[in-house]
Design a protein around this ligand. Structure first.
Ligand code: ADP
Ligand code: MG
Length: 326
């Protein structure tokens, strides 16, 4: 039996007709890491709150271990008691120490155990060295770690994360992603996370759910969805794909195709189609190159580091293209 099941969930906010989420059916298995992705306003946070129980849907049901969760109206504590949510507005005590922010969630029945658990949780989230600092003196990323520590110390069965990596730069993000994944597997908890940066989901999720205008348009493993996005929206979201139609570059001129930038292979010598370099942007192990072909702007990732300059002539071939719907 799935851990969490959503049946035909509808939640429209009254002020806007096309808002919230519509006709959501979703199964989430025990111990899965599920990443909900979609552009801003696509309904990600709404969906998370429906699962958590702080938003009551107009229709549909949320089941937890096969039992329907009672709606927010009928319960005293927001959120299902087996779930913990970390949202963007971290509810930390800014003037208390990191240690106390985390320890305060554990009852005083066994003080040794309380201390042990707090130290272990801080260790897991790599914040032991911050134990005696006040939360207000921490960076945004460190505060996010404290918030996650607070959420997991009570040993929830489900951890809900709304944009947990939003405060972090690329390296810190990668670390926290790995730590959350390790922690989730160690504690055997189900994680449902929302991110506007789909890369977060690609690298850590067992399952990706793609929302567009409040509807699930795609779900599956990160690899399956990345390799077969089916929709232009999904390909753009996951891999900054070029969306082309009606061009002589394409095998079928009336079909729409998505081409990931790494599948546009650039050449210094005459090979394939002739184009011009518009701009270049260094990205570490590759260079992002915008080229102009006829009146199309195409983005390519140059892993060969051919060192292109703006306005230079360039040739390109396409190594892979995917049929998509608009
Ligand atoms: P996301 O998290 O993907 O950015 P949200 O779930 O926050 O999206 O919002 C989905 C849609 O519902 C958006 O169009 C948003 O403006 C609207 N919305 C969200 N919360 C409210 C609210 N409390 N009242 C009215 N509209 C809302
Ligand atoms: Mg949101």
């Amino acid at each position: 039996m799935p851990h969490i099941q959503l049946f035909s969930i509808i939640k429209n906010y009254l002020s806007q007709i096309h808002s919230g989420v519509t006709q959501i059916n979703l199964d989430i298995e025990h111990g899965q890491i599920v990443s909900i992705i979609g552009e801003s306003g696509s309904g990600k946070s709404t969906l998370l709150k429906v699962i958590y129980g702080t938003i009551l849907p107009q229709s549909g049901e949320v089941h937890y271990n096969g039992v329907q969760i009672i709606g927010a109206d009928e319960k005293l504590i927001p959120g299902h008691n087996k779930m913990k949510m970390v949202s963007q507005d971290l509810t930390l005590n800014l003037y208390a120490k990191v240690y106390d922010n985390i320890a305060c969630l554990i009852a005083n029945t066994n003080l040794d155990e309380k201390r042990e658990l707090t130290l272990q949780t801080m260790d897991f989230l790599r914040i032991s060295h911050l134990a005696d600092k006040r939360v207000s003196d921490l960076s945004g990323g460190e505060q996010q770690r404290v918030a996650i520590a607070r959420a997991v110390i009570t040993e929830p069965e489900v951890l809900l994360l709304d944009e947990p990596f939003s405060q972090l730069d690329a390296i810190l993000k990668k670390q926290l992603r790995e730590d959350v994944k390790r922690l989730a597997h160690y504690l055997n908890i189900t994680v449902i996370m929302v991110s506007h940066d789909p890369i977060d989901g690609l690298s850590m999720a067992d399952k990706i759910v793609v929302l567009k205008e409040g509807k699930i348009i795609r779900q599956g493993t990160p690899k399956a969805i990345y390799q077969n996005p089916q929709y232009a929206y999904v390909a753009k979201l996951l891999g900054k794909a070029n969306i082309l139609t009606n061009s002589n570059l394409l095998p079928n001129i009336s079909q729409t195709y998505a081409i990931y930038p790494q599948h546009v292979l650039l050449h210094k010598e005459q090979k394939g189609f002739a184009a011009r370099v518009k701009s270049t942007s260094f990205a570490g192990n590759f260079e992002e190159i915008e080229i102009i072909y006829q009146n199309l702007k195409i983005t390519a990732y140059d892993y060969q580091m051919l060192n292109f300059m703006p306005n230079e002539n360039v040739w390109f071939t396409i190594t892979e293209l995917m049929e998509v719907e608009d």
